[in-house]
Ligand binder design. Structure first.
Ligand code: B3K
Ligand code: ZN
Length: 844
């Protein structure tokens, strides 16, 4: 397969003025008629006419009305064209029903839908399928479907046809079409300048009752973007459609967002608090793309973080405003470390702006999205809130309607602030997580912090230059009072020291407050100091972080030296649990322990080979010990934080349920599941029901509830996905692979639905002790299914290969077992470009 390089970018030879598409829908033989008005691009010296096109049956083509015979290959079409504006027409036939890859136009439960980002439009018709070609689309849909939608505004409709027009020029990746038997949940929004916008969430009949929450989230997002970023919606209609078969979460097509049904449908009975929160965030994210992504798009796919990093950052600000900012921040950092740090420290490491790719779908990664968002957050910290606001205003003013680059983005900040961002740009071009080593000294009232930054080599990048790192620091006095409020240290050198004068005693530093930069902090410190910060730090993130570090150190000592559970940790976490001045949601988070994967990485970093089984056992031992010391407290917390009011997925109730369910998990280790069974039986919402079921499975008492749950929910796909996952996640390590294999035989398992596949095989991959079981059966089960999925759906297969990305951490036996599976995948006949690239990079 061919590698594409950023350095090879050239502007398009031809631009598109207008495009008219006619779809004659038919499941196996859809005809697509296109009429595209091209003109030579004055900014290009090339006059080579090339249109992308894949899996298309060309019926005929014309230029300026005259039939032509273009040269057609598997990638596209070329033809001789005039050196002046001309009209290209084509008629092609495609097979939506046979499209199992879920890219281009495909069918999901009898409904037609599209997914074009990144390069799916070329599976619909011949077109310059690149984001820097923006055009105005008019679309006619012919078919016998009750509802037929495309981007923009409806123009006209009749029996068996509908016409749509989108006045905003857009790249082909934002094109969308949906046709099916759908019903809508409708609402209205008036923008601050008075535009009346019709809002709809379109779903399959029967799902109407699961739209209200998503609709509220949409309206809140629209208001928030007006208030915070000054951005208004720009069409008279905004449609969201829920689709069951979808490769990712959702897609921001102009005026017609398409969602994985799991990311929009919600009801208290079927969705957990976490589902509600995620749905609110994803609806916001896709809506925010209307400005950061659609009005201003990317010049080429290397610039993906331009829209994704910024939009993730914007949706995180939104959630922080709607809910608790510290809880959101802590949750984001947990996820960043779990997914992005893992990626950045393994064979798939790549810069936030990659320099090459084989298959762009493989670069919709935690690095581009989540680290990309961290870069925006750092930039905002460095320039300050006001300057950030000015820079964003300038960005929208200068680049509206354009396809831009990271250089454009940084230039806006330089122009708005007068700041030189050359060093900051390294965050976009250098892969790897910087490690920040800290030491300190104190003499005569002066306290000095010494920092040293180092970024380990990553594939293709041996040596790294120092980056600018914003380090938020506060100082606490010996009695726990804050003696220096948070200040931002700007580290620009490889080694740099910062002093604080006039101190009466040696302070305790609180470093990297609010996780001010995506780095790994490396500081020799005592557990006493961590317990002190846990008790006194005014920064919620670092308070949480201190507890997490205590837990991690105790666990590492248990794993490495067979130490007993750390009394200091047990004591500190117990004290915090009882502190009713603290937000219940925060306390629930502080109860979480480092993940198995987190511990494996810590061991690896310290030069040890992680044993997944030993890690799992240490966590179990610690949880048991905690249950002994905290039993009475857990009982009290459980009772105190029961929610009696009618269910609402708001931050208060969500926090209370999270804390009560953390307490339930503790109690279950003492009462054998009695309280969990009671909760399961009484539950009137999915959060409580699922927590009850989870605890019962944990206690080995889940058989009856598993059966009952299935019978209650077998009609609801999204709930049954949870049923598949939970049984695997809660299996004992030696049973994880067998449970997975057994569930793949269940009549409700299907390889064709990505949600179900992820619920099952993804759960196996997310259970480290089970996945890495010494027998190798976890590896083999996953590889078998990836090999089976690849011919049907390369995108989802390739994404799930990252389960193997940490393989070099493990012992020689496990490495050999994994290598065998990776080689087996690579040797599969006709392996997709997507999976070939991923497995080759992982194998190294
Ligand atoms: N932009 C889409 C992701 C498309 C993924 C293509 N493989 C969703 C989002 O980030 O909002
Ligand atoms: Zn996005």
């Amino acid at each position: 397969p061919q590698t594409i390089y950023l350095a090879d970018y050239t502007p398009p030879a031809f631009l598109v003025e207008k495009v008219h598409l006619t779809f004659r829908l038919s499941p196996e033989k859809t005809r697509v008629l296109s009429k595209i008005e091209f003109r030579p691009n004055p900014a290009s010296s090339s006059r080579t006419f090339f249109l992308h096109g894949e899996n298309l049956r060309l019926i005929g083509a014309k230029i300026d009305g005259a039939a032509i015979t273009p040269q057609v290959t598997a990638e596209g079409l070329t033809a001789d064209v005039p050196d002046a504006p001309f009209t290209f027409e084509a008629e092609v036939e495609i097979d939506p029903a046979g499209n199992t890859a879920l890219e281009g136009l495909y069918m999901s439960n009898g409904m037609y839908c599209t997914q074009c980002e990144a390069e799916g439009f070329r599976k619909i018709t011949y077109y310059p399928d690149r984001p820097d070609v923006m055009s105005v689309f008019t679309v006619r849909i012919e078919g016998d479907m009750p509802v037929m939608l495309s981007n923009g505004n409806p123009v006209a409709e009749g029996d068996g046809w509908a016409e749509w027009h989108d006045p905003w020029p857009k790249p082909a990746y934002l094109f969308a079409l949906v046709a099916g038997d759908l019903v809508n949940h409708a609402d209205r929004f008036t923008t601050r300048s008075g535009r009346k916008v019709d809002l709809n969430i379109w779903v399959r009949p029967g799902d109407e009752g699961k739209c209200a929450f998503g609709m509220e989230a949409l309206k809140k997002s629209m208001t928030w973007d007006e208030e915070v970023y000054g951005r208004e919606y720009d069409l008279d209609l905004f449609n969201i459609v829920a689709v069951d078969d979808f490769n990712m979460g959702a897609m921001e097509n102009k005026g017609l967002n398409i969602f994985n049904s799991s990311c929009v449908l919600a009801s208290p009975e079927t969705s957990t608090d976490a589902n509600f929160e995620r749905i609110e965030a994803i609806i916001a994210h896709e809506y925010f793309h209307n400005w950061t992504g659609n009005r201003i798009t990317c010049r080429d796919w290397f610039q993906l973080c331009l829209k994704e990093g910024l939009t993730v950052y914007r949706d995180s600000e939104f959630t922080a405003d709607m809910r608790s900012a510290p809880v959101k921040r802590i949750g984001d950092v947990i996820a960043l470390r779990a997914r992005q740090f893992r990626e950045d420290n393994g064979p798939l490491a790549h810069p936030v702006r990659p320099e090459s790719f084989v298959e762009i779908n493989n670069f919709y990664t935690a690095t581009v999205y989540e680290k990309g968002a961290e870069l925006i957050g750092m930039l905002k910290r460095l320039v300050g809130d006001d300057a950030y606001g000015r820079a964003l205003d300038l960005y929208f003013e200068r680049h509206d309607g354009q396809a831009c680059t990271i250089e454009d983005w940084l230039q806006v900040f330089e122009d708005a602030t007068g700041r030189d961002l050359a060093q900051f740009k390294r965050w976009y071009t250098q892969a790897g997580t910087p490690r920040l080593r800290v030491s300190e000294d104190y003499e005569g009232g002066t306290y000095t912090l010494h920092f040293e930054q180092h970024t380990p080599p990553t594939p293709g990048q041996e040596v790294k230059d120092p980056r600018v790192i914003p380090i938020a620091v506060g100082l606490l006095g010996p009695n726990g009072d804050e003696i220096k409020e948070t200040q931002l240290l700007e580290m620009t050198e490889a080694r740099q020291s910062f002093t604080f004068d006039g101190l009466a005693a040696k302070p305790v530093p609180s470093i990297l407050r609010d996780f001010s930069a995506p780095v790994i902090l490396d500081r020799e410190t005592s557990n006493e100091e961590r317990a002190f910060l846990l008790a006194h730090d005014t920064d919620p993130f670092n308070k949480w972080e201190a507890g997490r570090a205590l837990a991690r150190n105790g666990l590492l000592a248990m794993i490495r030296e067979g130490a007993a559970p750390d009394a200091a940790y047990l004591d500190a976490v117990h004290t915090m649990a009882r502190d009713e001045t603290l937000d219940p949601a925060f306390r629930a988070l502080a109860h979480g322990l480092p993940s198995e994967d987190d511990l494996a990485q810590s061991l690896h970093d310290a030069g040890h080979t992680p044993d997944p089984q030993a890690i799992w056992e240490a966590l179990e031992t610690l949880r048991d010990a905690r249950a002994v010391t905290m039993e009475a407290t857990a009982r009290a917390l459980y009772d105190r934080h029961q929610v009696t009011a009618p269910y609402r997925p708001d931050p208060e109730q969500t926090g209370a349920r999270a804390l009560a369910n953390a307490a339930l998990a503790i109690l279950t280790r003492r009462d054998g599941g009695a309280q969990a069974q009671a909760q399961y039986d009484a539950a009137d919402n999915m959060t409580q029901q699922l927590a009850g079921l989870s605890c019962l499975l944990q206690a080995g008492k889940g058989a009856a509830a598993v059966q009952a749950f299935y019978e209650q929910w077998q009609h609801d796909r999204l709930v049954i996905d949870k049923w598949f996952s939970l049984q695997i996640l809660q299996a004992a390590p030696q049973d994880t692979a067998d449970t997975t294999a057994r569930l793949t035989e269940h009549r409700d398992f299907t390889i064709r639905n990505p949600n179900r596949f992820r619920a099952t095989l993804g759960a196996l991959a997310m259970s480290p002790a089970g996945f890495h079981h010494a027998s190798g059966k976890g590896y083999k089960t996953l590889a078998d299914w990836l090999i089976a999925l690849d011919p049907l759906n390369p995108q989802t297969t390739a994404r799930m290969c990252s389960a193997f990305e940490t393989w070099r951490r493990y012992d020689a036996d496990r490495r050999a077992l994994i290598a065998e599976q990776l080689d087996r995948i690579l040797a599969s006949p006709n392996l997709s470009r997507d999976t070939t690239e991923m497995v080759s990079r992982i194998r190294g």
